[in-house]
Design a protein around this ligand. Structure first.
Ligand SMILES: Nc1ncnc2c1ncn2[C@@H]1O[C@H](COP(=O)(O)OP(=O)(O)OP(=O)(O)O)[C@@H](O)[C@H]1O
Length: 338
């Protein structure tokens, strides 16, 4: 919490840079010109008497109200970030109407992979979580938040989304640069230091994607892998949603391990539906889907963990072969060496 004595010593420029919504407070009482180099105390002392009278305040009260406003906004931001600690999936029925006998609690900070044959119902499970199903979807599942039936306002709230979804198709049609796109997000999410966050997201996305891009690159010129990397970095660093659903991160050009580590650093519950063995083993738990139901829950064992490295080596080799072919190479005995 910000204290009154801290506020008095701050220059207005510093305050506006730190709390980008602070300007709205002054505008709401009819003050549009703000001298960035002055401290709040000096500034408040010089505000025209009529303006203060119109707002029903004196200089002291203006500072107190401003402080209350900032503290309230910061509390709001924190509470929307931390509100979810767990989700619980209560089983419904599979595609044949058989009961899905399960009650499964998943906690923020966990990675859950979802595996199963094509058409088995992996995306449906993600969709049930996204819409916080209440026995009103084809699976009849129910989803609880922090062990309770979610408030219906939460369920349909757009600006305060619980779930960020990264789906397979990330084609941008907007005629915007990367920078303007991130800025739009940042502003709608009341983020301070917009310029800094733009730089951080672009840097992060470039660490995930192979070919580099800049903040001035138009969205429409990004490759599939680059758009994906941008969306992952944007979700990790900017989205307040505590739950992230990923429908397969395709292998092409993205460092998937880094992507997941990045999402986890921000205290999120990450669910990944995948056909990829390396990704499947990145889950602390693995949900096996069969005929539309959760058939098994496998907790990643120490023994399995030892095989992640082996699988990653095989995966790297396959990527190498892919890139070799893409660059016009041919397959010969050298492919089996090294
Ligand atoms: N329990 C269920 N009851 C009824 N229909 C279901 C159930 N689970 C899944 N379905 C339906 O089965 C179809 C296939 O499911 P879904 O798309 O989720 O499969 P998937 O495992 O994600 O497939 P892919 O690996 O090909 O992406 C969808 O139409 C989905 O709504």
């Amino acid at each position: 919490m910000l204290a009154k004595e801290d506020l008095a010593s701050f220059k207005l420029g510093e305050l506006l840079a730190q709390y980008n919504y602070a300007r709205d407070f002054f505008i709401s009482i009819g003050i549009n010109d703000i001298d960035s180099n002055r401290s709040l105390k000096d500034f408040a002392g010089d505000i025209k008497q009529e303006l203060l009278e119109d707002a029903g305040l004196n200089g002291e009260q203006l500072i107190a109200n401003f402080l209350a406003f900032i503290n309230k906004m910061e509390t709001l931001k924190r509470s929307s970030r931390n509100i979810v600690e767990s989700i619980t999936i209560i089983g419904g029925n599979d595609k044949f109407g058989q009961e899905e006998n399960i009650k499964l609690e998943l906690k923020v900070g966990e990675v859950i992979s979802i595996v199963g044959p094509t058409g088995s119902g992996k995306s449906r499970l993600l969709a049930d979580i996204e819409c916080l199903a209440q026995r009103d979807t084809p699976t009849n599942r129910q989803i609880l938040l922090n062990g309770e039936i979610p408030d219906m306002n939460r369920r349909f709230s757009i600006e305060n989304k619980l779930v960020a979804q990264l789906s397979q198709n990330m084609n941008f049609v907007m005629d915007l640069s990367v920078k303007d796109f991130i800025k739009l997000h940042a502003e709608s999410r009341m983020i301070d230091h917009v310029e800094r966050i733009v730089q951080e997201i672009v840097k992060c996305a470039n660490e995930l994607a192979g070919e580099k891009f800049t903040q001035d690159t138009p969205l429409t010129q990004l490759s599939g892998g680059q758009s994906r990397a941008l969306m992952i970095a944007d979700t990790a660093l900017l989205s307040l949603s505590p739950i992230v659903l990923i429908d397969e991160i395709e292998n092409a050009g993205i460092d998937r391990k880094k992507a997941i580590e990045l999402l986890l650093k921000e205290e999120k519950l990450v669910l990944i539906s995948t056909h990829d063995p390396v990704l499947a083993l990145m889950g602390d738990k693995r949900l096996v889907i069969k005929n539309g139901g959760i058939h098994k829950v496998i907790v990643l064992s120490e023994q399995e963990k030892q095989y992640i490295d082996v699988l990653e080596k095989i995966d790297k080799k396959m990527l190498q072969i892919r890139s070799h072919l893409r660059n016009g190479g041919v397959i010969d005995e050298s492919i089996t060496s090294g």
